[in-house]
Design a protein around this ligand. Structure first.
Ligand SMILES: Nc1nc2c(c(=O)[nH]1)N[C@H]1C(S)=C(S)[C@@H](COP(=O)(O)OP(=O)(O)OC[C@H]3O[C@@H](n4cnc5c(=O)[nH]c(N)nc54)[C@H](O)[C@@H]3O)O[C@H]1N2
Ligand SMILES: Nc1nc2c(c(=O)[nH]1)N[C@H]1C(S)=C(S)[C@@H](COP(=O)(O)OP(=O)(O)OC[C@H]3O[C@@H](n4cnc5c(=O)[nH]c(N)nc54)[C@H](O)[C@@H]3O)O[C@H]1N2
Ligand SMILES: [Mo]
Length: 765
């Protein structure tokens, strides 16, 4: 099982040679094609390694990270050295000085989940500074619990695809419904039903309006509206204005199920700020003709309309506003809780929305208790490292950043996920020691002092399951561990032994014991609850899968609609908060008490666009999961002369004298990268699209702001939170300019081994 789907692996005893998706999967992911050859790929970490400068100078800040050579070592020497460093940091600086953020997707599998493993390990040592929230849903994760009482329920208990296919007449999709993203589900998936559901909706006469800078964000017949990127909230306000001024809004619904509509309406109609959010006003910001906005609003009021917002729209500045305003628009239409109507968030972002949930808890590894209460918003990593003791605001609280001495990372790649890599590299020069567990020599591994070689899922037994999929899957090792790599669990167990906390970490169990234990504990729990009777572990393991029951045919918030007194939302008012007194009370200039239009810093109508006239969309890659298996066949096949493809409208290419297949330099005042040009009219003019995931490959590794020769868009993006409320990632959008690359074409080195030196050549000071 992978995050992008289930498969059977054919091997030659050392590596995977072919993969076969299950016959029950309606639309298997093309990303599976990256798996063959991945176990023994030349970028694998063979042995434990320590950075040369760390061995020579001992722990301490270093600007050599990312440019230094490594010394390979035996485990017997490596583990005591690392344990000694842990003892030093804990003794001199205490547990708060250890950052165990480790954000990242790692791999599917409930037990060998790298992030759970590192957190459990650090908890047995007395705790660590942690991160909260995600890059996926930074803004949503803070705003939606406040105004709707939950955020995860929006996905895991979303209106099912079957209900949408059957009941929705008009699907108004902000961000479209990009099928490429439904490849993926955290923890895996055994089916991909989105394509078929959209087909059934259209076959029934349903219509799809795709609002996106990219026409191919919705496949097949859809009406395409391409507003200026980042202006969706203005468009939603324009639609809301038509509803309110023409009396098309559902006042009975607003009265019974929401609070604060009156405050919002005064803003909408311009009574509070003198600016009516009319279709004409919206046209001036979005470029969408006012008459089209009026016509769409009237259609929405007449039909069973589902308003959906992709997650990308909240991964930009003021990202709190789009999901909040989308929900407000759906509330004005009165369809929340009605089959096929209402609001959806994340259809086409992840496979999960629209899939039926499993009605009971799933087995997971207990992470233990963290004795340190310090945390930071996940996307504040550079801020934290650069400003120890500095103050910041988030979600109504003002806090100070801890002083981090040791960074321990397992299962994520900050060079993939974080913005402004130049700033990140300066930040990563600050700690005294960085430990990274990785199967591959990713850029994060290259910036570590201690590099721990991990196995991949293909090299170990595990079990997988996820909230919205019926299958519990026995993931059986396909090949033996590569070279000297170890399961993260075994590494942590040995490290725990060195540090005198082995039993606390392992509870006396091997990984095989843990799998059996977690499964049996879960089996007894669900059997006692009388829901299902799963087979005993050995039977399950032989069988390979167990099919659970699911709650089919859900409509989001139908229980609330049926009886708002008995099933209130978990908001202060128990209703949808179109106005939130709590948020208003924080007094933030960048997030007030009701949904509102805030002009972004980086957009085509702003001042910055005079210097950098193209709007780059750094969306999720079609050809891989994030940065994972960037060296796989499907990912490599899309590259142009080795560079990540970047799409551009023909008019913008012509204006710059660029042709399809050219290598271009993409730049702004933060950094630059090379990319391979694809000229394509399926984009709005002045929009370019360069997906995330090409491994950062600096031309000059010793320069933190070096050009990336491979095409990682995060050398360009701004490291700035969504707002003082959520402080979420804003990586989706950035302004750039593009020119032809006329210099010599630098080699791609990202997927090679780093430089090694012999132990004997290290001069300890
Ligand atoms: N500009 C921009 N940036 C973005 C986004 C965007 O829209 N625009 N999107 C953001 C989003 S939504 C996300 S979720 C993040 C994703 O960011 P990440 O989740 O950090 O990216 P991955 O490439 O999935 O990193 C997972 C790493 O875990 C490693 N790994 C796999 N299995 C194991 C294992 O068993 N053990 C260990 N130790 N390691 C393992 C993989 O090799 C890989 O390097 O990126 C974010 N970044
Ligand atoms: N193939 C693949 N699928 C994935 C992932 C992956 O790495 N690869 N990652 C998974 C993860 S972790 C996550 S969190 C989700 C993320 O899900 P999303 O964040 O929703 O995915 P993106 O592809 O970044 O963006 C979706 C679309 O939004 C559109 N968009 C961007 N800006 C704007 C705008 O201002 N206005 C409008 N109307 N549209 C805009 C873009 O055209 C883009 O294609 O994807 C998941 N699915
Ligand atoms: Mo994500």
């Amino acid at each position: 099982m992978a995050h992008f789907g289930m498969y059977t692996a054919d091997t030659d005893g050392r590596d995977v040679v072919a993969v076969r998706p299950p016959t029950g999967d309606a639309d298997p992911s093309p990303i599976l094609g990256n798996v063959p050859g991945s176990v023994t790929h030349r970028s694998r970490i063979r042995r434990p390694a320590v950075r040369r400068g760390w061995l020579e100078n001992g722990p301490g800040p270093s600007t050599e990270r990312g440019a230094d050579a490594f010394v390979e070592m035996e485990w017997d020497e490596f583990l005591p050295l690392l344990a000694g460093e842990f003892r030093r940091v804990l003794r001199e600086h205490g547990n708060e000085a250890v950052f165990g953020g480790s954000y990242g997707w790692g791999s599917a599998g409930r037990f060998h989940h790298a992030q759970s493993q590192v957190h459990r390990f650090l908890n047995t040592l007395g705790g660590y500074t942690r991160s909260v929230g995600s890059y996926s849903l930074g803004a949503t994760g803070t705003i939606m619990p406040r105004v709707m009482g939950t955020h995860w329920k929006m996905f895991s208990r979303s209106t099912s695809w079957d209900v949408i296919a059957e009941h929705t007449d008009l699907l108004v999709a902000f961000g479209g419904v990009p099928l490429k993203n439904t490849s993926v589900n955290h923890g895996g998936t055994s089916d991909h039903p989105t394509r078929d559901a959209l087909h059934r909706l259209r076959a029934r006469g349903g219509r799809i309006v795709s609002i996106s800078p990219l026409r191919d964000d919705t496949d097949g017949a859809a009406e395409w509206i391409a507003p200026v990127p980042g202006s969706d909230v203005a468009l939603m306000l324009g639609l809301a204005h038509v509803l309110a001024s023409e009396g098309l809004h559902d006042t009975a619904f607003l009265q019974r199920y929401t609070t604060g509509y009156d405050v919002f309406e005064r803003y909408l109609l311009g009574e509070t700020d003198g600016v009516p959010k009319s279709p004409e006003w919206a046209q001036s910001l979005t470029g969408v003709p006012a008459s089209d906005i009026t016509a769409l609003a009237r259609r929405m009021a007449r039909a069973t309309t589902l308003v959906t917002v992709t997650w990308s729209l909240q991964r930009i500045r003021h990202g709190e506003q789009a999901p909040w305003m989308g929900l407000t628009l759906a509330a004005m239409l009165g369809g929340v809780g009605v089959p096929g109507a209402g609001f959806g968030h994340g259809y086409g972002s992840m496979n999960e929305p629209g899939l039926a949930p499993v009605p009971y808890p799933l087995p997971t590894l207990p992470q233990g208790l963290n004795a340190v209460s310090t945390s930071i918003p996940v996307a504040a990593i550079s801020d934290m490292l650069l400003n120890p003791g500095g103050r910041y605001d988030a979600d109504g609280t003002s806090s100070t950043y801890p002083d981090i001495r040791l960074l321990h990372w397992a299962g994520g790649n900050p060079f993939h996920h974080h913005q402004d890599i130049g700033r990140l590299r300066t930040a990563l020069a600050r700690p005294e020691t960085i430990v990274v567990h990785e199967p591959y020599w990713t850029p994060m591994a290259r910036h570590a002092d201690f590099v721990v070689p991990s196995t991949t899922t293909l090299e170990r037994d595990d079990l997988s399951c996820t909230r919205n999929d019926p299958l519990l899957v026995a993931m059986q090792a396909a090949v033996p561990p590569f070279a000297d790599s170890r399961d993260d669990y075994d590494t942590f167990a040995l490290l725990a032994r060195e540090l005198g906390v082995e039993y606390e970490f392992t509870e006396g169990r091997s990984s095989a014991d843990w799998l059996r234990h977690l499964y049996e504990q879960w089996r007894r729990f669900v059997a006692d609850a009388g829901r299902v009777t799963p087979p005993v572990f050995d039977e399950f393991w032989t069988e390979g899968t167990f099919r659970m029951d699911t709650e089919d045919g859900l409509t989001l918030l139908s229980d609330f609609r049926d009886d708002p007194e008995r099933a209130p939302l978990r908001t202060p008012s128990g209703r949808i908060e179109i106005f939130s007194a709590d948020i208003e009370s924080f007094g933030y200039a960048d997030c007030g008490g009701h949904p509102r239009w805030y002009a972004p810093d980086e957009w085509l109508n702003g001042e910055r666009a005079q210097s950098f006239p193209l709007h780059l969309i750094a969306n999720q890659p079609r050809t891989r999961l994030h940065s994972q298996l960037d060296h796989g066949a499907v990912s490599l096949a899309s590259k142009i002369r080795g560079r990540e493809p970047m799409r551009m409208h023909p008019a913008d290419a012509a204006a710059r004298g660029l042709r399809d297949g050219d290598v271009v330099r993409v730049f702004n005042d933060r950094g630059s990268c090379l990319a391979g040009l694809v000229v394509d009219d399926r984009l709005r003019e002045r929009v370019v699209q360069l997906s995330t995931g090409a491994w950062y490959d600096p031309l000059d590794p010793s320069d933190p702001r070096s050009m990336c020769v491979h095409g990682n868009p995060n050398v360009l993006t701004a490291d700035r939170g969504t707002s003082s409320l959520a402080q979420g990632s804003t990586g989706q959008h950035v302004l750039v300019d593009v020119e032809k690359w006329t210099g010599e074409l630098p080699a791609i080195r990202a997927h090679d081994q780093p430089e090694f030196v012999d132990r004997g050549d290290v001069r300890q000071k």
